[in-house]
Write a protein that binds this ligand. Structure first.
Ligand code: PXP
Length: 247
């Protein structure tokens, strides 16, 4: 196991900045093209119910402009399923969504919502779209993801990354162990394992070193860091740290 870890760059927050003024700048599609040139293996975006950052037209323009795999994060909602089936991205990652949350605060509780999630997994798979489930690091969630027939899970790394940012080494260590165990459990079930949420230069190393992981999805930190060093520079440095952790 191990090998090269793919980097999916999430461009949502380029659109957050654009939307602050309601115009066309900065364009998330331009950011995606820069990300591609800087070493991204895929582009991720989350069309939310309230369209607070990217919208359908961004997704369509991205599809037309991009030869990298597109990973659409979406809630289990009819409206989003229609968009996914129309646009047919390479992959869809099913995420929980509450309008009032600032970001995706926890994983999708597939254990509790099995019956709600199941038709979305089935219809996306039937359309030839690779489905992943964004879940908290938990063997129970893994088991349900497997039973649902999702080929991929994405482990929510927010608790670990939050502990790192807070300087709480003991909590970070415990959260990292939970993620490591969940990744090993998922891979043992034959699931492809991805991870993401809250990853920064400070937290990426120990995550990238988890040998079962195949892909990280990173957004907010890269867009924030781009203010200081440019988007290409931020992505290249993230890529370098991921590769160093795997070396
Ligand atoms: N993966 C998933 C499923 C997400 O919902 C998000 C946030 O949209 C990310 C990864 C990226 O998180 P961040 O923007 O904190 O890097």
């Amino acid at each position: 196991m191990g090998g090269r870890l793919r980097l999916g760059v999430n461009i949502d927050h380029v659109a957050t900045i654009r939307n602050a003024r309601g115009g066309a700048h900065p364009d998330p599609v331009r950011a995606a093209l820069i990300a591609r040139a800087a070493g991204a293996d895929g582009i991720t975006l989350h069309v939310r119910e309230d369209r607070r950052h990217v919208r359908e037209d961004d997704l369509l323009r991205l599809k037309a402009a991009m030869d990298l795999p597109i990973n659409l994060e979406m809630a289990c909602a009819e409206e989003m399923l229609e968009i996914a089936l129309q646009v047919r991205p390479h992959a869809c990652c099913l995420v929980p969504e509450r309008r009032e949350e600032r970001t995706t605060e926890g994983g999708l509780d597939v254990a509790a919502q099995h019956n709600h999630v199941a038709p979305y997994v089935r219809q996306l798979r039937e359309a030839g779209i690779r489905v992943s489930l964004f879940i908290d690091p938990s063997p129970v969630q893994n088991a349900v993801a497997q039973a649902l027939g999702a080929p991929v899970i994405e482990i929510h790394t927010g608790a670990y990354c939050g502990a790192v940012e807070a300087g709480d080494a003991a909590r970070a260590e415990a959260e990292l162990k939970t993620i490591q165990a969940a990744a090993a459990d998922a891979a043992g079930r034959g699931l492809e394992v991805h991870a993401g949420h809250g990853i920064s230069f400070a937290s990426v190393g120990p995550i990238a070193a988890i040998p079962q992981l195949k892909e990280l999805n990173i957004g907010h930190f890269l867009v924030g860091e781009a203010i200081f060093t440019g988007l290409a520079g931020a992505i290249a440095e993230m890529r370098r740290r991921m590769d160093a952790a795997r070396a």
